[in-house]
Design a protein around this ligand. Structure first.
Ligand code: G3P
Length: 224
């Protein structure tokens, strides 16, 4: 349901991605997807999920969803609500929102039942291999020490990306591998694809940019 190569933007909880600014980022992603033909997906702030799903045609994913079913839980986002919002799927186990192994398995398997796509975030080759057994749609390997630094994983830790792709494909050939952390240019995207990744997951390089749409355009061109 999400074409590759994909540029996937996680807008996190930055001030620059709330409310109207979050909507503008989503529209910029859509314009770039339309003008380049490259798959661009967005993970809006949870409060904007349903609204952005209604407004844009590109894949929209939640930033997190709980393992438990809809019911008497307060202040949580469940998979059923993600689906109802119109989202394509959810990030799982992001470095800034870690989950237990049991919960990762539960979210991936319940998401499959609901027809939602999962992007499981991992920190290393070993954790990528471990999560591959759950056969998610995507694994996004992101060394935490590079997140938000502007130092691209595809250049600083190419072996982590290359070996994660190998490890994941051995266990779950259908799972696509993305890489993230420090990605901010088309060249970083190209380097990621050369290492066998099928896209990138990124945040600050776009959200904190003075002209986010220009950065998105350059990222998309790196994927062509
Ligand atoms: O989810 C994306 C991520 O954690 C990478 O963040 O700011 O280094 O692109 P950033």
């Amino acid at each position: 349901m999400i074409d590759v190569p994909v540029v996937m933007l996680n807008v996190k909880a930055y001030r620059e991605s709330m409310g109207a600014s979050g909507m503008e980022l989503a529209r910029a992603c859509e314009r770039v997807a339309e003008s380049t033909g490259v798959s661009v997906a967005i993970c809006p702030q949870q409060t904007e999920l349903a609204l952005i799903c209604r407004e844009v045609e590109i894949p929209v994913l939640a930033q997190h969803a709980e393992a438990f079913e809809a019911g008497a839980h307060t202040g949580y986002v469940v998979l059923e609500a993600v689906k109802e919002a119109g989202a394509a799927g959810t990030l799982v186990n992001h470095s800034e929102h870690r989950m237990t192994v049991a919960d990762i398995e539960a979210v991936v398997s319940r998401a499959k039942e609901l027809g939602l796509c999962t992007v499981v975030c991992t920190s290393s080759v070993a954790t990528s291999r471990a999560c591959a057994v759950f056969e998610p749609d995507f694994i996004a390997v992101e060394p935490p020490e590079l997140i938000g630094t502007g130092i691209p994983v595809s250049k600083a830790e190419p072996e982590v990306v290359r070996r994660s792709v190998e490890a994941v494909k051995e266990i779950s050939p259908g799972t696509r591998v993305l890489c993230g952390a420090g990605i901010s240019t088309g060249e970083d995207v190209r380097a990621a694809l050369e290492l066998g990744a099928e896209g990138v997951l990124l945040a600050s390089g776009v959200v904190k940019a003075e002209r986010p749409e220009e950065v998105l355009l350059s990222l998309a061109k790196g994927a062509v």
